[in-house]
Design a binder for this molecule. Sequence first.
Ligand code: TYC
Length: 103
Amino acid sequence: QTTYRPLETEEASEQAVSDEPPMYRVLLLNDDFTPMDFVVQILMQLFGLTFDQANAVMLEVHHYGRGVCGEFTREIAETRVSQVNQIAREHEYPLMCVMERAE
Ligand code: TYC
């Protein structure tokens, strides 16, 4: 005799194992010296934003202190943060880029 039981979906199983990598938010922080157009250029060149998107993020940072450039896997986020900070230092601007764990 065969007993049947419902197929267990991953969601219903006791401990679903996520196959998605943890994501990290890359943020820009405000300062009083970095020129607005420099920030916009960085956002377009390193984060692939359009001019309008870049302008919106830059203004968000300018008005609220921080703004999100994007969410990435850890390695990509680390690379973007380094690139922003290096370019800013080359131009002797105090622009700060950081990352934090996203959900
Ligand atoms: N607050 C800067 C200014 O008034 C502009 C700025 C925007 C600086 C975003 C940093 O991440 C930043 N020139």
